[in-house]
Write a protein that binds this ligand. Structure first.
Ligand SMILES: *[C@@H]1O[C@H](CO)[C@@H](O)[C@H](O)[C@H]1NC(C)=O
Length: 250
């Protein structure tokens, strides 16, 4: 009884969401091992996805969804669409929320670049994430998806790499809209310096800030602006990660 009630509610929630919200059609496959191995690292530069706050429910997005890294960290609610061809491989009434952590590049040995070719909205998910909505025998399933608000534990994190005259900062674990729209850095002896996206979720500043304490300011793609003042002490070294206590609502 309890179990069927839960299933019914899950199905109803999906139905209400379906009626109310803006769903788009796409497709989904899985990659990597049953434990999510092979999905770590990736084109957003998050490295170990557990450490970065994204965990196993992650996905590589096709070029059109990845948007040159703008989508890194965004969250997508994905349902299998039983009404389209391949729908027999759906687990009806189920959904999964995945974070964008990687790029699924087009494969030009296939017509139109295959599933991840230009114009095709596709999610290549970690296998444990995909198994929530699809039957493993299937290679590819039709899905409905929408971007949703991200929930994260803790604050935004900054991972600093680079060299003496070039700082590369991976900005991760954003809640709310989940992704970075603009970023600034400020050394103890400088004003605010605008950063630019280098690749994925890595933002660069062409400045020698070694030895200075650092502050950051970030605008999420949802338009919220937050300052993270003095979050990096002057003794920082390349490769270090700095946690903060602030995060985004949108
Ligand atoms: C591209 O598609 C071909 C044909 O299916 C396949 O053999 C090859 O492994 C694919 N390449 C990648 C990188 O997935």
């Amino acid at each position: 009884m309890a179990k069927s009630l839960i299933l019914l509610c899950a199905a109803l929630a999906a139905c209400f969401a379906l009626a109310a919200a803006d769903w788009s059609q796409g497709t989904a496959t899985f990659y990597g091992g049953p434990d999510g191995s092979g999905t770590m690292g990736g084109a957003c530069g998050y490295g170990n996805l557990y450490n970065a706050g994204y965990g196993i429910n992650n996905a590589a997005l096709s070029e059109t969804l990845f948007n040159d890294g703008v989508s890194c960290g965004q969250c997508y609610l994905v349902l299998c669409d039983g009404s389209r061809p391949g729908g027999q491989y759906c687990k009806p009434g189920n959904s999964v929320t995945v974070s964008a952590t990687n790029l699924c590049p087009p494969n030009y040995t296939l017509p139109n670049g295959g599933w991840c070719g230009p114009g095709s909205p596709h999610f290549a998910m970690a296998q444990p994430a995909w198994k929530n909505i699809g039957i493993l025998q299937a290679g590819i399933i039709p899905v409905l998806y929408q971007q949703i608000k991200c929930l994260r534990n803790g604050g935004v994190r900054f991972v600093i790499t680079g060299s003496n005259y070039f700082l590369l900062v991976n900005i991760q674990n954003l809640a709310g809209s989940g992704s970075v729209g603009a970023a600034w850095i400020k050394g103890g002896n400088t004003g605010w310096i605008q950063m630019t996206r280098n690749w994925g979720a890595n933002w660069q500043a062409l400045s020698g800030l070694v030895g200075q304490g650092l502050s950051f300011a970030v605008t999420s793609t949802g338009g919220q602006y937050i300052q993270f003042l003095n979050v990096v002490p002057g003794g920082w070294q390349f490769g270090m990660t700095f946690n903060t206590y602030k995060n985004f609502d949108y």
